[in-house]
Every structure is written in structure tokens, then in C-alpha cells.
Design a protein around this ligand. Structure first.
Ligand code: 13P
Ligand code: SF4
Length: 298
């Protein structure tokens, strides 16, 4: 059976399998650790396994490699990439650094290694507020997600924010009117949303948080029904942790996350593909903002 073969090859290769909540449920089941971006970055930083198989999108595998330059990091599908990771430019960062004094460049982890290398600190959706709050800078350039950046900005009226204008195509398609009609259809349901949704949609939420935070909230809540404003891959964990509760997903699936299948995971372990190969200098430059995130989020 494919699951057993994956387990056997994992042992043989001294590998650890990390998976994001948005990948297929079977792949989550085959993983050693499943979580949100922050949890997975922490697990990647502390593993003692020689090989890290990252079931997620490219920036996740790259972050694992940057934090572990001597380990082998494998991606089951080399084309699985987060479109938002490329929605800021080097020019935007360099220009603003020249124009604005006392500027911190805060880089959502959903970014290319190049963008990270030009930034002061990385953040994820679960630690962005904490980290921005810990920065002494008055001016913040938040790249690339303007929705998450706007959500953070609301907590710090004393800081001035600049944005590069990126967005997540899965969460940014949520519209206020769709949520209002969903609420009408399910009047008892609470609305849980990821901060990659726009501010009008977040304003309708009972809870806004990262994938892990949404799962924890639903588990602890006394409510029995939830409108789910994040990628439906989280249903796999929600159904395990919240038996009997009902969820109404409203976002489309993330096509890139769904590229990771059991067959590709098996091939990845068998053929040791696709290895994340990165330029040493680029990795060195991108490591500091990631390590700073791990320190500041403690
Ligand atoms: P999390 O950090 O909440 O896991 O989010 C990752 C992501 O890609 C959301 O679209
Ligand atoms: Fe990127 Fe959005 Fe997919 Fe997350 S859900 S990986 S932000 S495209």
C-alpha cells in the first residue's frame, strides 16, 4: 500500500514529512507534522533528520532550506508555488528604503527568497501582530500581502504603513455580499476568516486568525456551525477535532497546494526529487529575517 511504502522510504531516507493544512487530507495523514506556516517553519528549524520533505508550496520548502542549508529539502511537486510570493518587487523595496527614514521591511513568509533577502524580518499570519509590535520603527513596508498588512496596521495606528499591493487569489476573492448571504443561510453559524481576506470581509468575522488559530477556535467554541473563510483543506483537521460540528467553506481551493498528491509524495521519496537548490549567498541573506521572526515570535 502507498501509505506503507511512504513510511518505509521515509525511514530508509532518515526523512521527516511536513505538511500544510491546505494539502490533501491523505497527504496530511502521511505527514509527521501538520500545521500552519509558522509551526512548520519552527519544525523545519529544529529537525535532526537529514531530509525534509515539504508538502506545501515552494516558499515553504525554500524557508526550510534557508534554515537548514546542509540538509536535503524535497518538494513533491516543483511547480507548486504561491502566486503571492512574487507580488512585490526589488525596486519597490529599494526605492522606499531610500525615500523613507526609519523604515522596517516586514516580509510575509509567503514570499520568494529574493524578497526575504531584502527584508528586515519575516512574519506569518499567526505572529505578524506580535512582531510588528516589537519593532521600534515608525514606518513599515509590509510585503506582499496588503490584506494581512492592513489587518496588522489596524492594531498600530501610531505607525505608518506602506504596501506593495499583493494578495492571495484564494482569500481575496471573498466578497462582503457573499458572506452576508451565507450568514443569512446559516444564521446560527459563526464566521471564521483568514486575515488574507479583505478588510470588509474580516469586519464580518467572529474570529480572524491563521489556519491553526481557526482550527483551535472552532474546537474550543461552543458554537456548532461555522462559515469557513479559509482554504477547505483545513476541513480534514477540523472534522477530526470537532466531531458533529458543521462547516460551510466559502473560499475556492488553492490549486498549488492541491498539486501535492500521495503519488507525488511517494515518487519524491523514491527518486529524491525535487530537491530545493538555492544560491548560497541568497540563502545567507534570506536567513537573518527568518531567524529574527523565530526570535521575536517566541
Ligand atoms: P497560515 O500561516 O495560516 O498557515 O497561512 C498560510 C497560507 O498560505 C494562507 O493562505
Ligand atoms: Fe498562496 Fe493563497 Fe495558496 Fe496560501 S492559499 S499558498 S497565500 S495562493
Amino acid at each position: 500500500m502507498i501509505t506503507e511504502e511512504i513510511r518505509r522510504l521515509k525511514e530508509e531516507n532518515n526523512a521527516v514529512i511536513l505538511a500544510h493544512y491546505y494539502v490533501d487530507g491523505q497527504v496530511q495523514e502521511a505527514a509527521d507534522y501538520v500545521g500552519d506556516s509558522f509551526y512548520l517553519a519552527k519544525m523545519a528549524a529544529k529537525t535532526d533528520k537529514q531530509t525534509i520533505v515539504f508538502c506545501g508550496v515552494r516558499f515553504m520548502g525554500e524557508s526550510a532550506k534557508i534554515l537548514n542549508p546542509d540538509r536535503c529539502v524535497l518538494l513533491p511537486d516543483e511547480s507548486a508555488d504561491c502566486p503571492m510570493a512574487h507580488m512585490a518587487t526589488e525596486e519597490q523595496i529599494l526605492r522606499l528604503r531610500k525615500e523613507v527614514p526609519d523604515l522596517a521591511v516586514v516580509c510575509y513568509i509567503n514570499s520568494s527568497a529574493k524578497l526575504k533577502s531584502l527584508s528586515d524580518v519575516c512574519v506569518t499570519s499567526s505572529n505578524a501582530v506580535k512582531i510588528v509590535g516589537a519593532l521600534p520603527n515608525k514606518n513599515i513596508l509590509f510585503i506582499p500581502d496588503a490584506n494581512l498588512g492592513g489587518y496588522v496596521q489596524k492594531q498600530f495606528p501610531e505607525k505608518k504603513f506602506y504596501f506593495s499591493g499583493g494578495y492571495c487569489p484564494v482569500h481575496a476573492v471573498l466578497l462582503e455580499e457573499d458572506i452576508l448571504s451565507e450568514k443569512q443561510a446559516h444564521p446560527q453559524a459563526q464566521f471564521l476568516v483568514h486575515p488574507e481576506a479583505c478588510k470588509e470581509v474580516c469586519a464580518l468575522a467572529d474570529f480572524t486568525g491563521s489556519t491553526s488559530e481557526i482550527i483551535e477556535y472552532a474546537q474550543k467554541s461552543a458554537a456548532q456551525e461555522f462559515i469557513l473563510g479559509t482554504e477547505p483543506g483545513v476541513l480534514y483537521e477540523l472534522e477530526k477535532r470537532c466531531p458533529g460540528k458543521r462547516f460551510y467553506p466559502v473560499t475556492p481551493v488553492c490549486e498549488d497546494m492541491k498539486r501535492i498528491t500521495m503519488e507525488k509524495l511517494l515518487a519524491c521519496l523514491r527518486e529524491k526529487k525535487y530537491e530545493v537548490i538555492m544560491d548560497k549567498q541568497l540563502m545567507n541573506a534570506a536567513r537573518r529575517p527568518l531567524e529574527r521572526m523565530l526570535e521575536l515570535a517566541k
